[in-house]
Structures are given as C-alpha cells and as structure tokens.
Design a protein. Sequence first.
Length: 124
Amino acid sequence: MAAVGLGLAVWFVQANHRESLRETTIMQAVGGDAERGIPAMIRNGCGGCHEIPGVPGAQGTVGPSLRGVAQRTYAAGTVLRTSPDAMMRWVSRARDVDPRTAMPNTNLSEQEARDITAYLYART
C-alpha cells in the first residue's frame, strides 16, 4: 500500500512539473505572465461575457466559453486562425479584425494583451 502511495506522489510531482514547464514555455513565447492575466481580465470585464476557467466570477454566457480556446483551429467563427499573435490582436482590437463582431475593442495595453493571451494559452 505504501508503494502505491509513493507511486501516486511521484506521478503527481512529475505531472505538476510538466504543467509548470509548459506554462513557463508559453509565457516566454508570448511575453506575458499568466498570473497577471487574471486581474487584467477582471478589470476589463471579460467574465461578463465569457466563461473563463480559473477567473473568479467569469461565468458569462453572451460570448463563447474560453475553455480550451488555444486548442481551437479558429476563433471568432472563421475569422481568426488561432495563434498567440492573432489572439493578442483579437482580445485588444476585435472590431478591427471583424467589424461585425459583438466583441468590443478593449484597447488593452500590449502587455495586458500578452498577459491575457498567456493565461488563455497556458491555463484554459
């Protein structure tokens, strides 16, 4: 029984290490900090329209859920092929990308857009 417990503990530590390494790699590639993405999304009201896993109060149903958004081939219908650069542009200037979208231009700073994108890619 102790061997099973030890095996589970080792697996848990390895899984957490892999997830931490993945998040660090994403944040370095995007130039953002996933942890700063949470308050940026709260300040900008993203959760009023979107369900965003891990963001307190982000249970909106007007826009799509952002769960797994980084794994999607397209976002915003067929307008936006997902990539970190495209996501940063979308979260900041959605109406410049698609004038018919219901999503407003949020006019995020470049760093806020990077932080939110890092969060969406690393944690949803």
